[in-house]
Design a protein around this ligand. Structure first.
Ligand code: 2AM
Length: 185
């Protein structure tokens, strides 16, 4: 990866699959009840399926990423929402996630294609650990212990668009701004 110059404008970037509005609402309803009495966690309302986290990238290189992503063949992906999991698996927990399940592997293929397209720019290196499709629903303020959570009953949904997001870390939480949207067809 090329070094970043001190005078370059930098963006913190990631690529994610978006949720249909009904799914977003269903997750929010579940979050409100499930975490009502857990003040040690911050609910995540910026719900998305992270496909690739790029981190800091010079603004001038965003068009290259957009071009690479536009070459990916995007097909709609059907997924089901599984019961909540506390991560990391070992040790004190940092997040609560809803894993996503799929039958045909389309979402996993989409993630691999996105990662490959991004890697072709030299601005992204795929993670070695296997990708876990999930929605992060809450973050521990301090690493903590798991607790029992209400079952989820959120209908399955279809991922129909992929978005290149810029993430600005503010005091009140991250602000995510879409830079480019890629609809599935
Ligand atoms: P997650 O919440 O789906 O796990 C934007 O910051 C998104 O990128 C986050 O929602 C998070 O995805 C993911 N992310 C943030 N920091 C990351 C890192 N250091 N490595 C991998 N993914 C990261």
């Amino acid at each position: 990866m090329s070094p970043v110059r001190a005078d370059e404008e930098i963006r913190r970037l990631f690529v994610a699959g978006d949720l249909p509005v009904e799914t977003r609402h269903a997750v929010e309803v579940w979050q409100r009840t499930a975490f009502a009495s857990h003040e040690g966690l911050r609910l995540n309302h910026a719900l998305h399926i992270t496909l690739a986290f790029l981190g800091n990238v010079p603004q001038a290189r965003v068009p290259e990423l957009t071009e690479a992503l536009s070459q990916v063949s995007l097909r709609p992906c059907d997924v089901a929402v599984a019961e909540p999991v506390f991560l990391p698996v070992r040790g004190a927990k940092r997040v609560v996630v809803l894993p996503l399940l799929e039958r045909g592997g389309e979402l996993a293929r989409l993630q691999a294609d996105v990662a490959c397209a991004l890697a072709s720019t030299g601005l992204f290196e795929a993670e070695r650990r296997p990708w876990l499709p999930h929605l992060t629903v809450a973050r521990f303020r301090r690493p903590g212990q798991p607790f029992s959570l209400q079952n989820v009953n959120i209908p399955g949904f279809c991922v129909v668009r992929v978005v290149l997001y810029s993430s600005l870390l503010e005091r009140a939480g991250a602000v995510h701004t879409p830079l480019a949207v890629f609809p599935a067809s």
